[in-house]
Design a protein around this ligand. Structure first.
Ligand code: SAM
Length: 234
């Protein structure tokens, strides 16, 4: 059965017009750790409206987005309809660990930005990591971004508001604040929460899968308590 978060993302939602603020913060920082080149084949898991594709379609060999939201994929495909090196694949909302459409492909870079908090449990994340490994080659890099590793002490909505304010996005922040507080997001978050995996959980999972991953010290997204992990494949 479909879970509430996948349902949330597949329908029109409050982040449609504000998600780019967090992404723009990330895009200007992540190249300190991963440098896409004209030879790079990139996989973007949970690609949403296609922000990474918008920024990189003309700088890399191929870029593939996968998402459970047909709505985001349709909009992203439309934007990139004239770019033959950009692909968007629909993941099933009930079987989202099924990446069979990518069987046989190898990626130099995999980015998972602000997605894993919507998974059901740690076991699913381990399965995703295994899938990702099968889609890489030695030297490939995997960047797991915006990971929630601790329960927020404050109301998450207030935190988002403050961070958008700091980024100078006052109007976006205020409008998002009111929309979120009285939104489906508020209810879904209240009833389902986010998947929180602590730094210790991540260390165990990486060790279990024999993966070399390090926490990046610098903040890569607007959420200062969230973490980012860079994995280099042997
Ligand atoms: C916060 S948005 C981030 C989008 C994009 N990565 C960005 O940073 O602009 C979360 C995205 O994850 C997608 N998503 C949620 N659950 C997912 C799942 N289980 N598998 C793949 N994508 C998922 C949503 O549809 C949405 O596009």
């Amino acid at each position: 059965m479909e879970n509430n978060w996948t349902k949330f993302w597949r329908e029109k939602n409050e982040f449609d017009t504000s998600m780019d603020v967090n992404f723009n913060y990330f895009i200007s920082r992540f190249t300190r750790y991963i440098k896409p080149t004209k030879e790079s084949v990139i996989l973007d898991i949970g690609s949403g409206p296609g922000h990474l594709e918008d920024a990189y379609f003309d700088k890399v060999k191929e870029i593939h987005g996968v998402d459970i939201s047909e709505r985001y994929n349709a909009a992203a495909r439309e934007k990139h309809k004239d770019h033959p090196n950009v692909f968007f694949h629909d993941l099933s909302a009930t079987d989202y660990l099924n990446f069979s459409m990518l069987d046989g492909k190898k990626f130099d870079i995999i980015i998972v930005m602000s997605v894993l908090q919507y998974y059901k449990n740690k076991e699913e994340v381990v399965q995703l990591l295994q899938k990702m490994c099968s889609l890489t080659r030695p030297g490939s890099k995997v960047l797991l971004c915006d990971l929630i590793v601790q329960q927020s002490k404050f109301n998450e909505i207030i935190e988002i508001l403050l961070e958008y304010l700091k980024a100078g996005k006052i109007l976006v922040a205020l409008s998002l604040f009111f929309r979120l507080r009285f939104s489906r997001y508020y209810d879904v978050k209240k009833n389902n929460g986010f998947l929180i995996l602590t730094e210790q959980d991540w260390k165990h999972m990486l060790a279990q899968l024999n993966l070399k991953g390090t926490f990046i010290k610098e903040k890569l997204t607007l959420h200062k308590r969230r973490k980012n992990i860079l994995i280099t494949i042997d």
